[in-house]
Design a binder for this molecule. Structure first.
Ligand SMILES: C[S@@+](CC[C@H](N)C(=O)[O-])C[C@H]1O[C@@H](n2cnc3c(N)ncnc32)[C@H](O)[C@@H]1O
Length: 253
């Protein structure tokens, strides 16, 4: 099987996964990287056919009339632009570069999430009805972001974490090796998916890489940092034969 003999949009999923493995074993040229991106995008479209993450967020903003919103990892504003006009929106990203007109008039902090939470958690305590975490896609950093988000979440609010459901093991490496990349965010989501904690969680199958939602959170509870990091470590030691096995595991949590 070669790239030339496989028509990506119509090939059976199994053939796409075989071709992915073949391409991963080759030297990464620009053509290989671009073919891998097409395969990953097609796998994501098949895994999450019904919902885009932006549609899910838009619906949240509109139906729940979100008035206070925090986004970590803003980049071009694809998600930030969904915040309602008049919403008190806050964005955090050391390299934001807004390319879209925004409805809200956000306060933007050009800094790392750790610095933002260190400097502003007290000021924003119990503030945000919706928090969208989409910063560094590394498990320990994402776990820290969720942990800190709990401090500024408004009572009754929700935390959404992007990239929690990787469609390929190759895209879930802690450092980026493919253009389509979720990182190992799923390990941070796993850390918070335990009935020992007083909250509910849900994995939302949204294109391109799933969302993890934390809600019904007891505002007086603070998890132990070491317990959370131990669960991240536990997840990082797990071995999965392939992405479908990992996704089934997450969906069953
Ligand atoms: C995938 S993009 C965010 C996309 C955006 N949320 C959207 O939906 O269009 C990830 C962004 O996270 C930012 N980022 C990386 N590490 C970060 C950190 N530690 N704290 C805050 N932002 C970070 C990057 O600069 C990048 O712009």
């Amino acid at each position: 099987m070669t790239l030339e003999t496989v028509h990506i949009p119509t090939a059976p999923t199994q053939s796409l996964r075989q071709l992915e493995n073949i391409l991963l074993s080759k030297k990464r040229t620009r053509d290989i990287a671009s073919a891998l991106m097409k395969i990953h995008d097609e796998l994501a479209a098949r895994e999450f056919p019904d919902l885009q993450y932006t549609d899910y967020l838009r619906q949240k903003h509109v139906e729940n009339n979100i008035e206070t919103y925090l986004e970590v990892g803003v980049r071009w504003g694809d998600a930030l632009r969904l915040a309602n006009a008049g919403c008190q929106a806050v964005g955090v990203d050391p390299e934001f570069d807004i390319k879209h007109p925004l409805l809200a008039d956000p306060t933007l902090f050009g800094m790392l999430s750790d610095d933002f939470f260190f400097e502003y958690s007290e000021e924003y305590r119990n503030t945000f009805e919706l928090i969208f975490l989409d910063g560094l896609h590394e498990a320990r950093q994402t776990a820290k972001d969720i942990y800190h988000a709990l401090e500024v979440l408004k009572e009754g609010g929700e935390i959404l974490v992007h990239d929690a459901m990787p469609i390929s093991l190759a895209v879930s490496t802690p450092t980026q090796q493919t253009r389509f990349w979720t990182g190992n965010v799923w390990q941070a989501a796993y850390a918070f998916s335990s009935s020992e904690f007083p909250w509910k969680w849900e994995y939302v199958p949204a294109y391109p890489s799933g969302l993890f939602k934390l809600y019904n959170i007891d505002p007086d509870f603070k998890p132990s940092r070491s317990r959370i990091m131990n669960r991240v470590a536990e997840a990082s030691n797990m071995k999965f034969a392939n992405a479908p096995a990992l996704l089934s595991f997450l969906k069953a949590l």
